[in-house]
Design a protein around this ligand. Sequence first.
Ligand code: GDP
Length: 297
Amino acid sequence: MAFESLSERLSTIFQGLSGKGKLSEDDVNLALKEVRMALLEADVNFKLVKDFVAKVKEKAIGEEVFSSLSPAQTVIKIVKEELTAMMGEENTELKLRPQSEITVLMMVGLQGAGKTTTAAKLAGKFQKMHRKPLLVACDIYRPAAIEQLRVNAEKLSIPFFSLGNQIKPEEIAQRAYEEAKEKGYNLLILDTAGRLQIDDALMQELKRMKAAVPVDWTILTVDAMTGQEAVNVSQSFSEDIGVDGVILTKCDGDTRGGAALSIKAMTGQPILFLGMGEKLSELEPFYPDRMAGRILG
Ligand code: GDP
């Protein structure tokens, strides 16, 4: 990592301060300057940083410095607890219907965010848990997307459904649902089209798809490397079509992951999983406390 970690920075600041007593307002102000910088560097939304710092300040002033902790560690502890709380404490589970019913997941997101890859990752994960997934190609605009999903499905030996690119996505979704009923698949994963930017035609199409089949989870994939843009994208999709959970992809890259904090805090959407690489096995549950640690470095 190119960044200096927050603990390193705070230790430098608090050098010379004895490890006892209460944190004074001056100590806290000094420390929070560093916290603010660390969060901004980690790509946390600046408005959020402001609110967050104010909250931590309130908590930290007058706080006992525990005998086992240094002042720097005490501040870090408070900051970490607050970050974790903001991301929802617990991991949100992607709950499926009972095996006897069909659960429908609809993958949405901008082109290149990792929808197709993540659709296959989810199918693979749930197949291991004895579900019967069907991967459905609903991106009719890019033949390469259909092919990519087919290849990924084949790699995992998961059934694949496509009606080519001449039939409307909502109809493909409906026919896939029928196919699932007939053949006993109980997890329909719809890979939808993306665009380079959000546009109305795409949103209308996604809405028609949601009207055509009983979607249980609309899952937004966003690229963690895009930082603030990831937050804007999440807000737009949430407002326009409704989102039930977010998967943050490319977390294996050189990002501190501030997008995770901003997305949860600004859209209220839970982060379900993190994409940790191009391989189809590289999908991890999202744990707020671990992400808090990563954001702080
Ligand atoms: P889509 O256009 O949203 O369907 O995106 P794709 O699934 O085609 O992914 C775009 C690119 O990102 C591909 O090269 C994927 O291999 C890559 N990708 C997807 N998820 C991850 C991830 O978690 N980590 C990394 N490093 N690459 C990823």
